[in-house]
Design a protein around this ligand. Sequence first.
Ligand SMILES: [Zn+2]
Length: 86
Amino acid sequence: MTPLPRPANRRTDRRTARSATEARVAELSDRLEATERDLERLRNALDGVARERGTSVTVPCRCGRSLLLYREGMLSCPSCDYRRPV
Ligand SMILES: [Zn+2]
């Protein structure tokens, strides 16, 4: 007589799935923190370069691809054609 296949152990399956999810969340959290540190370094470097050129980095452009730059009474976006005197 052939033995019946064992039913899947749902408790173990759920535990394995949860630990895999927790590991993935921890990995994504680490990557997010590293990205935030990189972004802060880049922002500080950008602000320094802009200051040396007499430019201020301001708010996001409506194109969504860059921050607006302010210099000598003019706001401009380096990614699109937006320019506006202020
Ligand atoms: Zn733009």
